[in-house]
Design a protein around this ligand. Structure first.
Ligand SMILES: NC(=O)c1ccc[n+]([C@@H]2O[C@H](COP(=O)([O-])OP(=O)(O)OC[C@H]3O[C@@H](n4cnc5c(N)ncnc54)[C@H](OP(=O)(O)O)[C@@H]3O)[C@@H](O)[C@H]2O)c1
Length: 339
């Protein structure tokens, strides 16, 4: 296998810095790496494989010679610059919402629909981080238990809103404990010792932007365009890793032992379901881990065809950086990027 010229757009951010770390940790075959961010970061350095790489300001001309470009600097930046990277011949792996719902852009979780990558026209999108945790948790049981309806609630970490938002929780917590006024830069509402409905705009249908993304993207990833889904997205005072509570309605009675076995055999999923010790998925136990934890398995007492599940996953890794690097690995390993 040969080495590739890679660029990371938004390299200084929450997702971008994890993408750089994943490329290193997973020994992605790299000939050269370009770290791109805003003018604010230009000239600073980030370590990569034993040397300091100078961060460059993102420009239209940044992609000459680049073969794989990871975008994670916001959807506006992706919309403005991805076309230049495609024109330069790079495969774009985009972690923003910019292109996810376009018909000719595959929306990919390699464990679920990796084969979609082959139909790319220059851009492959990595899904919304809640949609990733949710679909990873239910995909293993889908074939055996056809799905009729999903009801989902999320418990989302502050780092899901970026590096500054993650720091805001820590700074507010310190200020709260010191009896000082709480610093407020990113979130409208206090996040320390509080929670609130997701901090994204509300659409005419009453659902916020995040909830609409979860609905639309889940349908696209699972190729179930009509799937009925109800979602409530909530921001909670946790720095890292999103959780979801899932009510999964099938068309037949559910055998919990079989569900547990299907989940246990799935790639990228780990069952944490210990009733005796009251030990179920928790954000702290999946932080900086690859697997999505799934458990709290119960038959829905109000519906014999229903299962209740709870899942936690590191939204910076499987929800973004790891998933993106896995897309690149799939593309390289399956000859989708020319060797
Ligand atoms: N956080 C998550 O859990 C998560 C999960 C999935 C997807 N995403 C998506 O990933 C994207 C990045 O999120 P994040 O959480 O990593 O945000 P973040 O921590 O705020 O990082 C933003 C990055 O974008 C760079 N940037 C901002 N404006 C730029 C510009 N005009 N030109 C070039 N670079 C620019 C920043 O560079 P400077 O440091 O120079 O400002 C920084 O590197 C978003 O679209 C987000 O929705 C995030």
């Amino acid at each position: 296998m040969r080495d590739y010229n890679v660029a990371v757009v938004g390299a200084t951010g929450a997702v971008g810095s994890e993408t750089v770390r994943m490329l290193d940790m997973r020994n992605f075959p790299i000939r050269s790496i370009k770290l791109l961010a805003s003018g604010r970061s230009a000239g600073k350095t980030m370590p990569f494989r034993g040397r300091d790489v100078v961060i460059e300001e993102l420009k239209e001309t940044s992609f000459e010679g680049v073969e794989i470009a990871f975008f994670g600097a916001g959807s506006g930046v992706s919309k403005q610059f991805a076309a230049h990277a495609v024109k330069a011949g790079a495969l774009i792996i985009d972690k923003t919402s910019a292109f996810r719902m376009l018909a000719d852009v595959p929306l990919v979780i390699p464990e679920i629909n990796g084969t979609e990558i082959a139909r790319h026209k220059g851009i492959v999108s990595s899904p919304n981080c809640v949609a990733v945790v949710l679909t990873m948790a239910i995909y293993p049981i889908l074939k055996r238990y056809p799905i009729k309806r999903l009801v989902v609630s999320s418990y989302q970490a502050t780092s899901g809103a970026g590096a500054k938002a993650a720091r805001e929780l820590l700074n507010q917590t310190k200020a709260f404990l010191a009896g000082e006024p709480l610093p407020r830069e990113v979130f409208k509402h206090q996040i320390a010792f509080n929670l609130f409905s997701h901090d994204s705009p509300i659409y005419d249908n009453g659902y916020n932007d995040e909830e609409n993304k979860v609905i639309e993207e889940t349908r696209k990833i699972l190729s179930l365009p009509e799937l009925p889904i109800a979602v409530t997205c909530v921001r909670v005072p946790i720095v890292r890793a999103h959780s979801v509570s899932i009510n999964y309605e099938s068309d037949r009675p559910v055998d919990l032992d079989e569900v547990r076995a299907l989940l246990g055999a799935a790639n990228g999923v780990k069952v944490v379901d210990d009733r005796v010790n009251n030990h179920f998925p928790m954000p702290i136990e999946c932080s900086e881990k690859d697997e999505v934890l799934v458990g709290r398995l119960r038959t829905d007492l109000s519906n014999p065809n229903g299962i209740e599940l709870f899942a936690s996953g590191d939204q910076l890794l499987k929800g973004a950086a790891l998933n993106a690097v896995q897309i690149a690995e799939y593309a390289v390993g399956n000859g989708i990027i020319k060797g």
